[in-house]
Design a protein around this ligand. Structure first.
Ligand code: C5P
Length: 234
């Protein structure tokens, strides 16, 4: 198939476990998400190792700090050769991140509203709007701040695509093949549905990483995507 849209979430607690997964997946996986847990244990050294092996890296750090700190941290991430980095979709934070990224190849993804937040959480933070309203406002701010993309639930990706336009890179977690265990993700779509709704990349974790044969599980997802949208071979 053409380049895979699947990014594997390396949600494990040690370098050893992460290396074992990367080895097990071999050439089937070319793009990995390193989140807070693995970063806290394995750090940038492991990110460099992945990039050194020719893998692409999505660093999911969801930066949210004063502009100067964000700008300087993003510049460091860009220097390492990371492909995707998340920041919160707050104007000041995103503008500082865009500044820090400069003309490197790093693409910045804005996180609008965490999927775990509901109306009560917004109320607690002092917001009087609804979750969809806040998502909409933050998508517009992200476009104005000129970040490169957004993280979106697969069920909101169609709306987000309309608001964000065709140039934005949309990345969706919460994706599961029909019949696969949903884990703690309540609102999910299949990989083919998420792509058809406008996602460019799919973040998939446990369906692959907890499979007895991770490479076979990922290959099955790749076949599923191919069947839904056969590549032209170009
Ligand atoms: O559920 P799964 O293991 O596929 O999750 C993969 C990634 O999706 C996790 O690393 C997490 O960051 C993200 N996720 C999310 N919202 C959820 C559940 C997971 O953004 N509700």
């Amino acid at each position: 198939m053409n380049e895979s849209p699947v990014i594997i979430a390396l949600d494990v607690e040690s370098t050893e476990e992460a290396r074992a997964l990367v080895r097990a997946l071999g050439p089937e996986a070319g793009f990995y998400k390193v989140g807070m847990e693995l970063y806290a244990s394995a750090g940038m050294e492991f990110v460099r190792e992945l990039i050194g092996e020719g893998k692409r890296v999505f660093l999911d750090m969801k930066y949210y700090d004063i502009g100067e700190t964000v700008r300087r941290a993003v510049a460091q991430v860009a220097r390492v050769g990371v492909d995707l980095l998340t920041v919160h979709a707050v104007g000041q934070v995103m503008r500082a991140a865009v500044d820090g990224r400069g003309d490197s190849k790093l693409r910045l993804l804005a996180v609008t509203v965490l999927t775990s937040f509901d109306q009560d959480d917004l109320h607690e933070m002092g917001y009087t709007c609804t979750v969809p309203e806040l998502v909409g406002m933050r998508v517009r701010t992200a476009v104005e701040a000129k970040v490169d993309g957004l993280v979106s639930s697969p069920l909101e990706v169609r709306t987000v695509r309309k608001l964000a336009g065709s140039a934005m890179t949309l990345v969706t977690p919460g994706v599961r093949s029909a019949g696969a265990s949903k884990g703690d993700q309540k609102r999910v779509a299949t990989p083919a549905e998420a792509l058809a709704s406008g996602a460019n990349y799919l973040v998939i974790g446990r369906q692959v990483t907890r499979a007895s044969d991770p490479a076979a599980a990922l290959a099955a997802i790749h076949r599923e995507i191919e069947v839904a949208a056969p590549s032209t071979g170009n």
